[in-house]
Write a protein that binds this ligand. Structure first.
Ligand code: ADP
Ligand code: MG
Length: 293
C-alpha cells in the first residue's frame, strides 16, 4: 500500500522511429490532492510524460519503455486504458485530438464518455448541463463539434475530461487556444477542482501561473527531470537558466527593487507576494523617514 497516487520509477521511453529516448529514467511521485506542474523547453518530454501517466504509452504508442508507472495502485502498462481513465484523465495538448468527432453535437460528444462509463441516459443530461454551465459552453451543446473555433474545442475538450470525474486530471497546455480572460476563467475552475480534492498534473509555460498554483514543480530537459521541488525551490535555483526556464516576472522585478534591509525576503514569485513585499517596503521607508520640520 502506498499513499502516493502516482509513482513513476526509473521510467524511460523511446518512440519506435526515434533514435533518442524521449524520457530518460524519470522518477517522481504525486500525493493525493497535490497540484503538480511540469515545465521545460519544447521537446523536453512533457507531453510524452503525460501520455505515459494515462497509459497511452506504452499501450497505444509504438515504442520501447522501461521502468514502472503506478497510478492509484494500478500498473499503467498492464491495465486497460479505458479502466485507467476512470482514475486519470488527460486533456491533450492539441484539443482537436480530444474529441471523437463521431457525434453530431457537443452534447452527444460529452455523452459519449458517460455512455462508455455506463451512466444512465437520464443522469447524463443533468451531468452535461452541469458541466456545460461550469465551463461556459451551454450555447455550444447543440453545435456540431466540427463547427467550433479553437477556443471552443479547447473548452469542450476540457469538459469531456472533467465530466468523467477522474481522481487525477492531467492537463497538457490546456489554455493555448484561449484569450487571457478565457484562460483565467479555466484556471480558476482547475484551481477549484484541486481545492475539492482532484489531483492535478499540469504542463504549462506560464510561470506566474505555475508559481501561483503548484505545490510541486518538475523541470524537464532532454527527457530527464533535472530539477524538482516547491515553486520557491525551483524558481530560486541558480541553475534555472541552464534548463531554458525563466522565473515568474515578479521574481526579477522584486529582486531588483528590494534593497537589503527592507525585508527578510528580497523576492516574490506571485502577485500577492509582490504586493505584500511592496507594502513591507513602504512601511520600512515610512519608519525610516526623518520627521519633517
Ligand atoms: P514537449 O511536450 O516537452 O514539447 P514532447 O514530449 O512532445 O515534448 O517531445 C519529446 C521528444 O519526443 C521530442 O524529441 C519529440 O520530437 C519526440 N516525439 C514526441 N511525440 C512523438 C511521436 N508521436 N513520435 C515520435 N517522436 C515523438
Ligand atoms: Mg508538449
Amino acid at each position: 500500500m502506498t499513499s502516493k497516487l502516482i509513482q513513476v520509477s526509473n521510467f524511460s521511453y523511446r518512440y519506435n522511429q526515434e533514435t533518442e529516448v524521449a524520457l530518460k529514467n524519470i522518477n517522481f511521485e504525486v500525493a493525493a490532492g497535490e497540484f503538480v506542474a511540469l515545465i521545460g523547453a519544447n521537446g523536453s518530454g512533457k507531453s510524452t510524460l503525460c501520455n505515459a501517466l494515462v497509459g497511452l504509452i506504452p499501450n497505444y504508442f509504438v515504442g520501447f519503455s522501461e521502468g514502472d508507472i503506478i497510478v492509484d495502485e494500478k500498473d499503467t502498462a498492464s491495465v486497460n486504458v479505458g479502466e485507467l481513465s476512470q482514475t486519470i484523465g488527460l486533456v491533450f495538448q492539441n484539443p482537436f485530438n480530444q474529441l471523437s468527432y463521431t457525434a453530431d453535437s457537443v452534447a452527444e460528444e460529452l455523452a459519449y464518455g458517460l455512455g462508455n462509463r455506463g451512466v444512465p441516459r437520464d443522469q447524463m443530461f443533468s451531468k452535461i448541463k452541469e458541466i456545460a454551465g461550469l465551463i461556459q459552453i451551454d450555447e455550444l451543446l447543440d453545435k456540431n463539434p466540427l463547427e467550433l473555433s479553437g477556443g471552443q474545442v479547447q473548452r469542450v475538450a476540457l469538459a469531456s475530461a472533467i465530466i468523467l470525474e477522474p481522481k487525477i486530471l492531467v492537463l497538457d497546455e490546456c489554455t493555448t487556444q484561449l484569450d487571457p480572460m478565457g484562460s483565467k476563467q479555466i484556471m480558476d475552475i482547475i484551481k477549484k477542482l484541486n481545492e475539492n480534492g482532484i489531483t492535478i498534473v499540469m504542463v504549462d509555460h506560464d510561470m506566474e501561473r505555475v508559481a501561483e498554483l503548484a505545490d510541486k514543480v518538475y523541470v524537464l530537459q532532454h527527457g530527464s527531470i533535472v530539477l524538482g521541488g516547491t515553486p520557491e525551490e525551483v524558481f530560486c535555483s541558480p541553475h534555472l537558466a541552464e534548463y531554458s526556464v525563466d522565473p515568474p516576472d515578479y521574481y526579477e522585478i522584486t529582486k531588483k527593487f528590494i534593497k537589503p534591509g527592507y525585508s527578510k525576503r528580497d523576492f516574490a514569485l506571485t502577485e500577492s507576494q509582490a504586493i505584500a513585499l511592496l507594502q513591507e517596503v513602504v512601511l520600512y521607508e515610512d519608519r525610516n523617514q526623518e520627521p519633517q520640520a
